[in-house]
Ligand binder design. Sequence first.
Ligand code: GPP
Ligand code: MG
Ligand code: MG
Ligand code: MG
Length: 358
Amino acid sequence: MSSPSSKAQQRAKFEQVFTVIRDELVAHHAAAGMPKEATEYFKQVLDYNVPGGKLNRGLSVVDTVEILKGRTLTDDEYFKAALLGWCVELLQAFFLVSDDIMDSSVTRRGQPCWYRKEKVGLIAINDSFLLEGAIYYLLKKHFRQEQYYVDLLELFHDTSYQTEYGQLLDLITAPEDVVDLDKFSLERHRLIVVYKTAFYSFYLPVALAMRVCNIPSIDGPSDPYAFASSILIPLGTYFQIQDDFLDFSAPPEILGKIGTDIIDNKCSWCINVALAHATPAQRAVLDANYGQKNAESEAKVKEVYEQIGIREKYAKYEESAYKEIISLIETIPAQGSKEGLKREVFKSFVDKIYKRQK
Ligand code: GPP
Ligand code: MG
Ligand code: MG
Ligand code: MG
């Protein structure tokens, strides 16, 4: 495993590539004859929304390419892998800018959500489209000549569409006006999180790296992409359950965002676990207070969560999810590979998120 300082160096190297592609995007905008005022606004959209996160998704593209090639990358290979990593971060920025509007969120990455900035407001909807459009400009500019170009396009299109299916389900399971906790279930929750998070956050970075390394898909049971997905989708599910638990439990100054799931009536892991263990009296408190737009109701729901021992239940869940994922990874021979994939591809991803606090 890399030491903390080499991790910081890897991050710094990856961040330098952002400056290059940000400047390319801004230059292209200006060259289209856009006035200075618009170009400066676009630059702000990029600087405010793309680079400030944990960068797990983006860095995973680079890490996976390095692991699959089994050697240090040339400068050109590094740049290409990092560029694809930043395309995943652009996709993430597109989703987060719009998700924060849909979830009426207040802060993100320790700063006000973009749509809450003065002079932005609902222009943020178009800004989110710009962030998405930037991906396809960059892919065309840097990968048009590669035989795997169409595979990259397909991966971005397919995983975006899947994420939008998930967001639809997330939103209609959490109507603003009608709170009906009977609509929730762990099965519904699983479907939401697989679609809204796991495909784009976990499968996409690894599958992009596999395409860059020219790993072909195969019809039938030994398809490497299906095999990667069989580990990455459970991993993504675990990640979103962490997100749900942290929404309730993490201090906003550490998490970088203020949790909104209770007030937003979300079908979160926490409420599903609470529903499964609540006494009739606790259930009545949940029915009366979940999804209500005030802090007192939110506090009452949190009290029930504490009463049912949600922290311990989460710790137990985390251990069992971790073990399950490790056992899936260990179906790959220790020194060898399965469907062309090595343990380290998945292990490096698990290490990034196990017991995360933010
Ligand atoms: C995470 O949900 C899922 C997304 C950010 C995908 C959004 C998809 C769109 C098509 C817009 P979340 O609301 O729990 O995330 P967070 O807690 O970070 O707000
Ligand atoms: Mg959301
Ligand atoms: Mg949200
Ligand atoms: Mg969340």
